[in-house]
Design a protein around this ligand. Sequence first.
Ligand code: ATP
Length: 929
Amino acid sequence: MENEKRDLVTTIAQLTDGMAIYNQLDTTEKGLSTQEVNERLAKYGKNVLHEIKGEPLWLEFVKNFTSLMAILLWVAGLISFIANLTELGIAIWAVNIINGCFSFWQEYRAGKATAALKDMLPAYTRVVRDGEEKKILAQELVPGDIVKLEEGDDIPADIRIIHATDVRVDQSTLTGEVNPVNKDARVVRNTTGNHADLRNTIFSGTSMLKGNAIGIVVVTGMETDFGKIADLTQNVKEDSSPLQKELNVLTRQLSALAIAIGIAFFLLATFIVHYPIVKAFVFGLGMIVAFIPEGLLPTVTLSLAGAVQRMAQKNALVKKLASVETLGSASVICSDKTGTLTQNQMTVNHLWTIKHSYTVSGEGYKPKGSILEGPKEVKAADNPDLFELLRGALLADNAKIVAPNKHHKRYQVLGDPTEACLEVAAFKGGINPELERKIAVRIKELPFDSDRKMMTVIEENVAIRTFDTFTKGAPNCVLEQCSSYLENGKVKKLTAEIKQKIMDANDGYAKQGLRVLAVACQQLPEELRKEIKKASIANVEQKMIFVGLIVMFDPPRKEVRAAAQLCHKAKIKIIMVTGDYSLTAESIARNIGIIPPDSHVNVVTGEDLKKMSDSELKQALKGEIVFARMAPEQKYRVVANLQQMGEVVAVTGDGVNDAPALKKADIGVAMGITGTDVAKEAADMILTDDNFASIVTAIKEGRGVYSNIRKFLLYILNSNMPEAVPSVLFLLSGGLIPLPLTIMQILSIDLGTDMLPALGLGKEYAEDSVMENPPRSLKQHLINRKLLFKAFCWYGLWASIISTGAYFFSNYFSGYTFPHLASNGTVYAQATTVTLGAIIFCQIAAVLNCRYEKKSMFHKHFWNNSLIFVSIIFEIVLFLALTYVPILQGVFGTAPLGYRDWLFLVCIPFPLILIDEIRKWVVRKRSSN
Ligand code: ATP
């Protein structure tokens, strides 16, 4: 099979005749029919690479029981069994098993969440089937399909080229060779035996860096060369995020601390309280188990994965968990304009030639509307300049408009909207696009690139027309290569004065935020026509004849204004980096609120930037700035300088040349709709709707996750305080105060009441207030003094006072006072049960209090997070079981409580909530002042 397949690709590369290729692959110029496609799909299967199986599930499961902490707990349990402390052994192992299962479940769900994302971004490709051009899922491609490829596309199969313009391909995934290689349609006579050397074949897994091509699919899926090395792409391991790493270290430190505390407590119990050694050992061991933060890491992972899923629902696909937290600290967004801040729904609304200016009526891509000069409707045929302007623009258009059909209710654009609207304008001027394309057949294209900002087409067979070469592009760039202009059909010399007149007209439109394209034409010199291969940018795009301007409107996206305001509030700077003209860029930036209405803005063009030193650039970046007429490569420099200034930068991009900047940025954001596959691969996040507002939503989520993680850390840490204080009292009193909370009871808190509420806090919605503060510094640690203070000296302190108070009161009501407290029997069991209950009810208040940092908990979203309420119910049910189920009473040393105890316990959360609400109110007042 291997040899057969190799033969097929090589054999087809060696076929000279187009017909022979079609015959060999049993297809035609019109492509395959639907029936043939179905048959081939059944025969060859889908064009996908089979997943290489990851680790088996059981191994993933077992791993959760073999971490350092888990081993520690296994050993602790084992020692308990050997020391004949069966109940303690069972409790410790139960903690371990529950934690392990819980961690596995969380990781499994997090994994599912990220795996689902891969399917959300299907790759598409353009094919010709049934004689029509269509956009299909790349996985539905079959051998014999005719494929159209453009700059930036990932190659979806092994394809024999039948037509190519300036194709350069990055084959590094196959060969490791980083330099791009040229490809064309010419026959290969001598083969080296190496597939990658076949000049007329492009291979799956590689990408098109330049040019465009039409080709026939030879093999698909696992039959391709890339299929053979599929494991290269599939064995990519996800890196832990800095946050996960930090937590890893933190968990280890806390575990070490727990062990130290355990040993200290053991020694103190032995030597100060003179506890029997076994009892002291139990005591120390219990403290270790209680203080080890077992579930922290998986809870964080699940919390990040949850955010990734929520972001995906809001049109932002994050490729790595680590990006979620970087997003939260983004301080600058460098955004493209077209399609991201604007809708990229172009409509031509003005036309301008040297003697006339026109308005164009109608909206969008509907072929309805007309061209008006003042109030009078005109047709292209009425004026030779208008005719050449519309015809030139039409012929230099590679996009296709698809009329509404059963799949789409509206007109659809295949290709670039800037081009699609040109066909509509020509139609409105009375030009028949089909006919014009038949009269003039394209023989060569010098494709558009964002560096020279124009493109040219050369036509053949245009005997009945005057010109055969058309260029369209950015007016200043086109004009620079013109030496004459068209006036009422006559070619005249372009003077400085006329140039100024043209640029004045351009500026007038640009100031209104409109996008302007210039059209130029010429007759190709005879010598180039004879040897069309020699026609190049250098010898064609020069001494051209300026024809006119095409002006189009691209409405801003509605959501952008509010998103920009939110960024201002959150102290996130927005920098527009566009290839468009400076006046258009500035006008739109003001219009959508990126730049405040009256403030000064520095508009820096690509040319200006070339002349600036890095320190000048940094100085300019401190103020309001817009970059216009930028080449994509220049974005890299802007990003690098911003990073040197300590900013965390998010950058948008769609083209091949944007890839370096996307990689350099802290968050590279690629466009899902208009973006090339190369850009998507280089990015950390993909916007499925290309919308700027989605970046801001993602940043809000990122900030929300970080604040949620702090919330549950606060929650988990605060319960350690009331767990430890009773033991400390016991030790300090030299045993005069019997243990207010037994070791088994401490473990029950760990077993049941820590994890679920923490998980609930991890799922909390991002508060609006997260966007009221400046971005967090990446150097800032998750656990800081403020958090520790709040955990131990605020929530923890209240809980300790209440729970130890409860212990003494319970004793008091049964007739026992210090120093004659009950040390065994029902009264002791009841007193410890009340202490345990008090801690649990304090935890209920704490989980509610921790939900919001500053905001009052009473508002319309109170019931939104159901997991919080489920966890509260769980805590109460668990406590009831511990108190009333006889076996559990025996194991945990608890006793049934009286109505007075219950009344006390149920009342605990209310004052705690009240006190914290007052604290939050004071904090809010202080920060608003
Ligand atoms: P942004 O960079 O914000 O997405 P942009 O679309 O203006 O904006 P580029 O795609 O780099 O950026 O285009 C630069 C300029 O090239 C445009 O302002 C326009 O004048 C011209 N241009 C854009 N698309 C085409 C095209 N298909 N054919 C000819 N000229 C074009």
